[in-house]
Design a protein around this ligand. Sequence first.
Ligand code: HEM
Length: 156
Amino acid sequence: MQQTLVYVHSILRWLILIFLILSITRSFSGWRTKRIFMSNDRRTWLFTLIFSHITLLLGLYQVFFGRYGIFTTTLPAGTHLMKNKFFRFFWIEHPIAMILAIVFVTLGYGMSKKPVSDETKFRKAFIYFVIALLFIITAIPWPFREIVGRPLFPGT
Ligand code: HEM
């Protein structure tokens, strides 16, 4: 069960990245070509929002009750949280950066409902989605990262 939740959390990263990149390209092209805001734009932004919010819920569960959760793990004796790269990453850096990313995804999606011109919708959403992408890319435990690195696909 615990392992399955980590798998789902890990796989959702790819859906978020795919939909976030689609949202970025659609908002950029919409902004630059001054086209009208369409239901396909809203749908793409909505999927980005949904996948990132599901990942947030799974992440909150992991960070508190997961196999290395704050309530289920004791730090190795004599270690300080901020000096332990592994726990500092999974308890602090990863959650904070990802929560910020999800705030920006939510702000981006929120532009679809704002009573502003389509050009403003696209331009602001583009900025929010790019910021979200930067946070996500830097906070993913990519396999090449020392100590915290995880596989690209669960179980590999
Ligand atoms: C865009 C959002 C997020 C993405 C793309 C993401 C991505 C990932 C990935 C790829 C892993 C490695 C999974 C594996 O072992 O294969 C991971 C692990 C983890 N994530 Fe996230 N994450 C996100 C949000 C969050 C949030 C918001 C939290 C906490 C509030 C969180 C907490 C954790 C924890 C604690 C682990 C380690 C789980 C374990 O190994 O038991 N994540 N995340």
